[in-house]
Design a protein around this ligand. Structure first.
Ligand code: SAM
Length: 249
């Protein structure tokens, strides 16, 4: 994985330490209605997983980034939580039990830009689900009208020790592939000196909705619906980030 490395993880955790309250409430509603354990692939640093453990639910997480998982474990320790997480790529995921509810937050599924890997990831998720269980995940969708690019731009966050972490990037939208491709640069600055730099690739696939429905069907899901992110109603025309829900069949 060439993203979510050390500095990116530090930046992410200072920038997004907590779950969005409305989104967490939406997910918790579904968690309460689920039967069986819960799985959160791409759980990252645990801003959704940890509050769900704290509510007393049996939830397991998977993520490909060792840095994000290390951050999750560190936060868990401060809350006296022992999380059940493992470092795996979704398209290679192998766990020893089945789950009644699976969710992937935000549009993270779009980080899987290779269609074959995406299809295999959906198969692995289905394989780990009990029949009748619900799967909900977000993805970027739709084809943009034309090629677009964006110049260097970004933000910074301040670490508790006063260091600055500068996060910048530039990228373009590849119309042919329906993928936006960016280079991210994270810089650690302490007392006016550059201490460390990390470069990352950050690509997102804008999935075709009909194609995603087909991929879900061929992975063994039924009752496939799209939703506006995070609401119980259909997406609006032109939404480029939506939720898919499906039932393991
Ligand atoms: C945008 S972060 C979201 C983290 C968390 N869900 C949240 O909302 O804070 C996306 C996460 O997906 C993980 N990831 C990206 N590609 C992955 C893959 N193919 N398999 C497993 N995890 C992956 C990254 O390591 C990162 O932690």
């Amino acid at each position: 994985l060439n993203s979510y490395l050390k500095l990116c993880t530090e930046f992410y955790n200072i920038d997004k330490p907590y779950a969005w309250p409305n989104t967490l409430a939406f997910i918790l509603d579904m968690v309460r209605n689920a039967s069986g354990p819960i799985l959160e692939p791409m759980c990252g640093s645990g801003r959704y997983l940890l509050p769900i453990v704290a509510e007393g639910f049996d939830i397991e997480g998977v993520d490909a980034s060792p840095y994000m998982l290390a951050a999750l474990k560190e936060t868990a320790k401060t809350r006296n939580i022992v999380p059940r997480v493992s470092q795996q790529f979704l398209h290679e995921m192998s766990l020893d039990r089945q789950f009644g509810f699976v969710f992937i937050q935000d549009a993270s599924f779009s980080l899987i830009t290779d269609r074959e890997q995406a299809q295999e990831s959906l198969r692995r998720i289905r394989h780990h689900m009990a029949e009748g269980g619900r799967f909900i995940f977000g993805a970027c969708v739709g084809k943009k009208a034309g090629a677009q690019s964006w110049p260097w731009g970004g933000r910074w966050v301040t670490r508790p020790d006063g260091a600055t972490i500068l996060g910048t990037g530039l990228g373009y939208y590849d119309v042919q592939d329906g993928v936006s491709r960016s280079i991210g640069r994270y810089e650690l600055i302490l007392d006016g000196k550059l201490i460390d730099t990390e470069f990352e690739s950050f690509d997102l696939r804008y999935y075709d909705v009909a194609d995603m429905v087909q991929m879900l069907r061929s992975a063994g899901f039924a009752e496939i619906e799209t939703l506006k992110a995070h609401a119980h109603r259909p997406p609006d025309e032109g939404d480029d980030e939506i939720l898919f829900t499906a039932v393991a069949n």
